[in-house]
Design a protein around this ligand. Sequence first.
Ligand code: ATP
Length: 234
Amino acid sequence: MLEVKNLNVRYGGIHAVRGIDFNVPEGSIVTLIGANGAGKSSSLRAICNLVKKTGNVAFMGQDISKIPTKDIVKMGITMVPEGRRVFSDLTIYENLILGAYTRKDKENVKKDMEWVYSIFPRLKERETQMAGTLSGGEQQMLALGRALMSRPKLLMLDEPSLGLAPILVKDVFSVIKKIHDDGVTILLIEQNARMALKIADYAYVLETGTITLTGTGEELLQNDKVLKAYLGGV
Ligand code: ATP
């Protein structure tokens, strides 16, 4: 579904992403794992054309390397950036509706609101509440829900578990699985390698801008190098 070839991102003298290749097949969960600063966020931002890049990105067979971000969203790619940016002064309902603003099929938006509420029942219970009053975990759920309101074919998640208590991390991952089960392809960036590898069909390890290891989630969970570097093993 998504094919990335020879992707490079440079910030002045910093070569943050160094000619990486990766694929996200339709219906899969693919994860990019790696330490802080490895180039994970830059890769996602490059796919959406939010940073300057070189290389080729194809989505459903179409070259999207030079397409403006808003058109990439219309084609079916939605990103949830790091840091759960919700609109604090708007209600949960208003935040969700904003996620659908590019859509023309307004009659389906209502149906999708019910879909989102079925995944996140707590959001329905609180739909008239201001988003700013939600806890960090709830705001992350709202950010995910808002992304789903654009009915993405491919959902790209940047560190969805960052800063959450362990119990909430579990909730976020089970929600990601549920979204995937409902037919959404997922590209997930995580520092929580163990949780990410557990749900991923395929994984790539990124180190200082280069892919150093690839394999199924299961394979990498058992890889000595991954165990030592990312899973706290010896
Ligand atoms: P994190 O988990 O911290 O987001 P990451 O793996 O996503 O890490 P990136 O955020 O992609 O890594 O950063 C890769 C490198 O590029 C780092 O050295 C970072 O300091 C640098 N970098 C990222 N954004 C910029 C920017 N806007 N300007 C200059 N350098 C940047």
